[in-house]
Ligand binder design. Structure first.
Ligand code: ATP
Ligand code: MG
Length: 426
């Protein structure tokens, strides 16, 4: 009996029929990154487990229960990357990109891996596009990163369905002060905390604010606000960002409960959210992570960035009906008998040279005209170029528009380029 292999749960195959929005999104992202002067960086999908433990944080959901971790043949613990901020910082430090005073604007696109329950907009292998900036500490670069994402949403036609939420976590000292207040507040309400929150109380009490547990909402709503623990400098940083966004025409909603699941954030955090995708409302998330670079070996270098999940952006494009149609060839080339068929291979090459931007599909087997036209129609091509023995003898070809009712014409080969260009332009 033959064994049939199946894909792993949560690890999707992206098939030709559904690849068009992916390509459109990749092209739009590449275009937007170039427009803002960001350079692409590609790092491995596997890193040492300790890199993620150290950077993302031991007590986070990702490190606690979502990583694909395994020992290699020498017994070293490795993990498939659950996100790429840590890998990019590791690569920037290791390759000497972070010279004192330098500014690096980089971006990436690629697969990430998290062991989660698969559902719409949530996969175990998913794709992120991310942007990261090293070397700038002011709010202007945060505004730039947000504007870059906003431009991308506009280009994709989804800006009406996303909204920007922002918050500030202050600096390390602010957060240490706040943590103390918060821990004593939660201690006083210990009986209301669920199991997850009790665990977080010791390592990551801020994350309790993020809890979706209904029974805890009233208690959380009355918790001390981080805002009251912020220093003047932290407040000023946040006010300046809001001012920059406002003069740039970006609407931002302040959400004091936005804390983000990763340990490395400081000052500004933000999320683009949508109400069109059910529970998976976060489309893009990011913030400032000034402590992370130092922690991974760079001297006192600030960092800030965001990442979005491509699945969620595409699901949103689908929901809004702005996904592009599947791509079809422009021209279908066929020979009507064996001799013409043999020559049509070279004709297809000629057409590809004359029209470098066209998609040209060559029918590799001769057959009845009827069966060839059936294939041509099925391919979705807009034009058929037909080579018969008569045309071959006369140095001609026949062109038949396949969409719409236009008549076929027989033309000299010299007329191929202008004729095909004109017909394709319709
Ligand atoms: P969520 O709260 O939805 O789990 P997150 O806070 O874990 O999101 P981040 O680590 O901030 O997500 O990753 C940034 C973006 O990557 C998210 O906003 C989302 O669009 C996308 N993303 C995260 N996890 C997944 C996943 N398992 N499948 C698809 N996309 C994901
Ligand atoms: Mg998550």
């Amino acid at each position: 009996m033959k064994t049939r292999f199946t894909r792993l749960r949560g690890m999707p195959d992206l098939l030709p029929a559904t690849i068009a929005p992916w390509q459109q999104l990749e092209a739009a992202a590449r275009h937007a990154m170039r427009a803002y002067g960001y350079a692409e960086m590609r790092t491995p999908v596997i890193e040492r487990t300790s890199l993620f433990q150290r950077s993302i944080g031991e007590a986070t959901d990702i490190v606690e229960k979502e990583m694909y971790t395994f020992d290699d043949r020498k017994g070293e613990s490795l993990s498939l990357r659950p996100e790429n901020t840590a890998g990019c910082v590791r690569a920037a430090v290791e390759n000497g990109l972070l010279q004192p005073g330098s500014v690096n604007r980089i971006w990436y696109c690629g697969p990430m891996f998290r062991y989660e329950r698969p559902q719409l907009g949530r996969q175990r292998q998913f794709q992120q596009v991310g942007a990261e900036v090293y070397g700038l500490s002011g709010p202007a670069i945060e505004a730039e990163l947000i504007l870059l994402s906003a431009r991308l949403w506009r280009e994709l036609g989804i800006s009406g369905a996303v909204k920007l939420e922002i918050n500030t976590l202050g600096d390390t000292q602010d957060r240490a002060r706040y943590r103390e207040k918060l821990v004593s507040y939660f201690e006083a309400n210990r009986s209301i905390l669920d199991e997850d929150s009790l665990r977080r109380l010791a390592h990551n009490p801020l994350r309790i604010l993020d809890s979706k547990n209904r029974d805890m909402q009233d208690m959380i709503n009355q918790a001390p606000a981080l805002r009251d623990s912020l220093s003047d400098a932290s407040l000023q940083h946040f006010d300046e960002l809001r001012e920059l966004l406002s003069v740039s025409g970006v609407d931002a909603v302040e959400n004091p409960r936005l804390v983000r699941g990763l340990d490395y954030y400081s000052h500004t955090v933000f999320e683009w959210t949508t109400d069109q995708l059910g529970a998976q409302s976060a489309v893009c998330a990011g913030g400032r992570y000034d402590g992370l670079l130092e922690q991974l070996g760079a001297n006192n270098m600030p960092g800030v960035g965001w990442a979005f999940g491509m699945e969620r952006v595409i699901a949103l494009m689908d929901a809004l009906g702005v996904t592009p149609p599947a791509q079809t060839p422009d021209i279908f080339i066929m020979g009507t008998d064996d001799v013409a068929q043999a020559d049509s291979l070279a004709l297809a090459e000629t057409v590809r040279e004359l029209l470098p931007n066209a998609s040209v599909l060559h029918n590799t087997a001769a057959g009845s005209l009827k069966s060839q036209f059936r294939k041509a129609d099925k391919s979705g091509a807009s034009l058929a170029v037909i080579l018969g023995s008569e045309e071959l003898g006369n140095g001609q070809v026949t062109i038949k528009p396949l969409l719409g009712g236009a008549e076929q014409t027989t033309i000299a080969r010299q007329q191929l380029e202008p004729t095909l260009s004109r017909l394709l332009a319709r």
